[in-house]
Design a protein around this ligand. Structure first.
Ligand code: SOE
Length: 397
């Protein structure tokens, strides 16, 4: 017999849709030990909330997220809100005895992230925490991790991560993502957070120092559009002067780092690279071979096996869609019937339900302590961008 997990979600925009879809899809595809019941959606915008709830199958809706803490029926609260409110919402839910699944980055600031990590530690007997580093759940990434663990690449020497987007040019208005007090940082926290998580996940190693960084805000002012502005929205081209506001985050941030095992790494995040819509790439070079992943071709992992004879050696393109061979693949479609962005979230929901139902996840899940380690690296890179030089991670807590 399967039990039920009553889920509530805060957030009704991009992540609200991605997470709602995950909770809706997961049971039929994975038959997890707990089935999610879509209990309540909380959102700030009363105008769209009821229709959002009905469209996605939420039973109740509220404009007060605090209601979720007070509702004894709710088991898990999923947080898909801007970074500045993660701390208050997550800690309130942990204090109310709920499990919490929070969007990445854990928070906008290291102080908030530390408070969240500490609250999770305090609540650990009753509550589990999870962080939606969704790219960990791409089958190709899980498979790359397996190859590293099996020693197929040998000792890892290089990690090369680039997360490039192109929606952040001058005509993009001042979304919350461009406000430091709401987002914490720009491309850095949004995109490098994913890359740092992937790098730690794939190598199984911690970053021990950041050695140099460049942050750049290419567009220091952006058109004010008010609260309703959405990702993907553009400023209208009008002859009238537009009211402008200050962008207070980076549009791009690049940094270098060292791993505990001796590997050297480079990270690049930008919202201003034409030709790259959502190009989340990572490459690992080891003594025996290399792997590379590009989210724009997310079903594929490329492998270069240096132990193959020189005459036939070359990059091998592996379609990671085969049941039993590649993580999560058996829960979806027959081989080569590819999956997409939303499946990472469904795969993650499945692992959350397995863990809460007493089973092992297919791949390890990041919790608040894990995401705090990512946040320390983000912070070290920001310090390096400001003051230059080498920032040992032991000094960033
Ligand atoms: C916007 O930059 C964004 O949606 C991020 O917030 C996500 O985490 C990333 O997956 C795609 O881009």
């Amino acid at each position: 017999m399967t039990g039920t997990l009553d889920v509530a979600l805060i957030g009704q925009r991009f992540m609200g849709r991605a997470h709602s879809n995950a909770w809706r899809q997961v049971a039929p595809f994975f038959a997890p030990p707990l089935h999610p019941f879509l209990h309540t959606i909380a959102g700030r915008d009363p105008k769209d909330l009821e229709s959002f709830a009905k469209q996605w199958g939420w039973t109740h809706w509220t404009t007060r997220w605090q209601d979720l803490a007070e509702d004894p029926e709710i088991d898990l609260v999923d947080i898909g809100t801007p970074n500045d409110v993660h701390k208050e919402q997550a800690i309130a839910m942990l204090e109310a005895g709920k499990h919490v699944a929070c969007e990445k980055p854990l928070a906008g600031t290291l102080d908030d992230a530390r408070a969240m990590r500490d609250a999770a530690k305090k609540a650990r007997r009753k509550s589990k925490t999870f962080v939606w580093f969704n790219y960990r759940r791409c089958p190709a990434i899980g498979f790359a991790r397996k190859l590293v663990q099996q020693g197929r690449l040998g000792k890892i020497l290089h990690v090369r991560a680039k997360y490039l987007q192109s929606w952040g040019f001058a005509d993009t208005p001042l979304l919350w993502r461009f406000e430091k007090k709401r987002a914490g940082s720009g491309a850095h926290g949004d995109l490098n957070a994913h890359s740092i998580d992937l790098a730690r996940f794939l190598t199984g190693e911690e970053i021990v120092s950041v050695e140099g960084a460049i942050a750049q805000t290419f567009y220091k002012e952006r058109a004010l559009l008010g609260d309703a502005a959405q990702l993907g929205g553009k400023s209208k081209k009008t002859k009238k002067a537009q009211a402008m506001g200050k962008s207070t985050v980076d549009d791009a941030l690049l940094f270098l780092a060292r791993f505990a095992g001796g590997a050297v790494a480079s990270f690049e995040a930008t919202r201003c690279a034409h030709g790259h819509e959502n190009r989340n790439t990572i490459e690992l070079n080891g003594e025996k071979g290399s792997v590379r992943f590009d989210f724009e071709d997310m079903n594929v992992l490329e492998l270069f096996d240096a132990e193959v004879d020189a005459a036939t050696r070359g990059w091998r393109r592996i379609m990671c869609t085969t049941a039993d061979a590649h993580p999560y693949a058996g829960n979806w479609w027959p081989s080569a019937h590819v999956i997409g962005y939303e499946h990472g979230f469904v795969n993650m929901a499945a692992d959350i339900l397995r863990v809460l139902g007493g089973q092992e996840p297919e791949l390890p899940l990041p919790d608040f302590a894990d995401a705090y380690e990512v946040q320390r690296v983000l912070e070290a890179a920001q310090i390096a961008a400001k003051q230059g030089g080498r920032i040992p991670l032991r000094e960033v807590k």
